[in-house]
Design a protein around this ligand. Sequence first.
Ligand code: GLN
Length: 536
Amino acid sequence: MPKHIFVTGGVVSSLGKGLTSGAVGTLLESRGLRVSIQKMDPYINVDPGTMSPFQHGEVYVTTDGAETDLDLGHYERFTNARISRESNYTTGRIYLNVIQKERRGEYLGKTVQVVPHITNEIKDAIRRAASSDVDIAITEIGGTVGDIESLPFLEAIRQMGWELGRDNVCYLHLTLIPFLRASGEMKTKPTQHSVGKLREIGIQPDFLLCRTEQHIGEEERSKIGLFCNVPPSHVIEEKDVDTSIYELPIVLAEQGLDELVVQHLKVQSGKRDISSWEKIVAILKDPQRTVEIAVVGKYLEVHDSYKSMWESLTHGGIANSAKVRLRKVNAQEVEKSGPEKLLAGAHGLLVPGGFGERGVEGKIAAIRYAREKQLPFFGLCLGMQCATIEYARTICGIKQANSAEFAPGGPDSVICLMDSQKHVVDKGGTMRLGSYPCHVSKGSRAWQAYGAEVVHERHRHRFEFNNSYKDSLEKAGFRISGTSPDGKLVEIIELEDHPWFVATQFHPEYQSKPTAAHPLFRAFVKAALDHAEKSK
Ligand code: GLN
């Protein structure tokens, strides 16, 4: 039977519960324990797939094709936990399940209520994620204690503590200790209130993880412990990290959090070994080289919108002992002032995924610049589609080449709607989603990077390369270097007479880790470093 860790948050949102849950997972795995991680999101959408990136940040796609919260990306980057559609539930999905059961008559005439029916559905979802092959199941409860909408989740985890016994459940509460500059003081009152709220619900936290800008002294630690009913040694400081989020496991390890948690849960474990994380942080603190990558996109104001892509660039840097400096370039700015000024001096161009027409011409212009100037280029999903349009227009002379997404019914849809999408009406969960195999052509740049002929990558798209244009594009030097096993779906394209020009229909950024950079990100950053060297 797995033991459970429940992670809640208080005072304000955006404290980094996802990162903290991931880092706790890192530490437990480093002691030889097997973990699962799951997130409960209290909003009503069935999943975040239909939400705008401005609202919710990146939609993270799991191997089995679920559109989930971006915190699951942190879980996969920080741990080896098996992440699937069982790893993310929303209030909407819980209610949908309950209502469908009610319609099927499964409640045998009973009145269906929040307690016990919704809470039972939540507990079932938690138990399913905590399969018998894991030692510790971590469940993060999204939102902030005190929100109306998180109440059923908190009630469910309260019940689990009662049912499983306090040795089998550990409540970890993430909170904020603000520092008031005017009085030069740390304030513990908001934490006292949020723990008070939690205790009202019937949950006594076992550990308090305190987000803070300043070091928490012994006096404050004792005070927090006293008011919140936890031993001062269980008041853990989570100071803002200077260099990278990948320092977090180290910060928590220094205070022995993992040791205290395994003691609380009475689990046997090995000695912690986080040397691989220490190496990563050492590289990030003292990189040998620096390289600048321009990213031309449209959701750049919200850093979270391309979360996995930013992280993957960092990983590509780590694999090359380099720091990746990011230059965020708004695609619409490229439309206004041209790529020359905005991209000058960059060592590589990345065009990420996206939806809708806005900014597309700017992306195409930027890609043309990279192709003509021999600047390393990496395209992801929409980035690959834009690269195809650019090549068709400029090199093959198909002047009106476009995507059916932006010019429906146009004369030359080199990117067209996938056959499997033609009858799709519902928006949620209906794209081509999840992991599919891809055959990589021997000798191609992609093959050189992967060192393999068959790879598995995750997808999230409705449009694809139109095979009617395959011959004319290939004759003009466009190389299709990766396809679905039946050869029908184009998955990777590249150019030969260019130092590094590779674009994928899939999203490699969902599979990159700080400890194991995705091969294409590693190769792209390497190409950018070579370009930087040459242009010195
Ligand atoms: N909008 C494009 C499509 O649906 C690209 C999607 C993406 O970049 N994720 O095919």
